[in-house]
Write a protein that binds this ligand. Structure first.
Ligand code: SF4
Ligand code: SF4
Length: 192
């Protein structure tokens, strides 16, 4: 039996806490999906936070060099809640939500054969879950893989952008803006 296998019975009670306080790092695939679904400008969907606003010391690759300094791209909040959290504490973009939301709160480890080795829950908020549900290992594995693939591809692009900004700085040129970064990623701007 895998460590933490009891969490396969996790059931979300819909308390909405994970969509309130914690900030959710976004990648370009998440953002493009939200832009296509909502028709909003990508610049209005995201927020750029400093290392003082998000605990990501263990993921330096998430920091983008911008004109205003190094920032992590996260999903924007309004009045302490995700901008897409409805008044009834339900997600208004559920089918299009970021993969980080889809994997939450599972933090799994797998064996080489794909079997579950360990399952823990991410402690990002007061998650008022119940343990009377059913989740299958394969579903969790596929979700995690999709998230990790998009995230690593995004970090490769961030590294490319950051190298380019360092070159610009050395030549005495301005470091790029958030808009330039999003265009570099290929994120569509609805009005352009
Ligand atoms: S996109 Fe939806 S699931 Fe994700 S944090 Fe916002 S409200 Fe919650
Ligand atoms: S904090 Fe936990 S129980 Fe509450 S909505 Fe998020 S996943 Fe569900």
């Amino acid at each position: 039996m895998a460590v933490g296998e009891r969490f396969l019975k996790f059931r979300c009670t819909g308390c909405g806490n994970c969509c309130k306080e914690p900030l959710l790092p976004l990648n370009d695939v998440d953002l493009s999906r939200l832009v296509s679904h909502t028709g909003e400008s990508p610049l209005s969907i995201v927020k750029w936070v400093t290392r003082h606003e998000i605990a990501m010391e263990d993921e330096p690759e998430a920091f983008v060099r911008l004109r205003q300094g190094k920032r992590v791209m996260v999903l924007g909040h309004r009045r302490g809640r995700c901008r897409y959290l409805g008044k009834d504490d339900r997600c208004t973009v559920y089918d299009h939500r970021p993969t980080g939301c889809q994997v939450f709160p599972f933090d799994p480890q797998f064996k080489r054969d794909g079997g579950l080795k360990r399952l823990t829950l991410i402690q990002a908020t007061d998650c008022l879950y119940a343990l009377d549900g059913q989740n299958d290992v394969e579903g969790i594995r596929q979700m995690r893989e999709r998230h990790d693939t998009d995230q690593h591809a995004y970090y490769d692009r961030v590294a490319e952008w950051n190298r380019d900004q360092q070159r610009r700085k050395r030549k005495g040129e301005h470091v790029g803006t958030p808009r330039a970064f999003l265009k570099f990623l290929g994120v569509r701007f609805p009005s352009s």
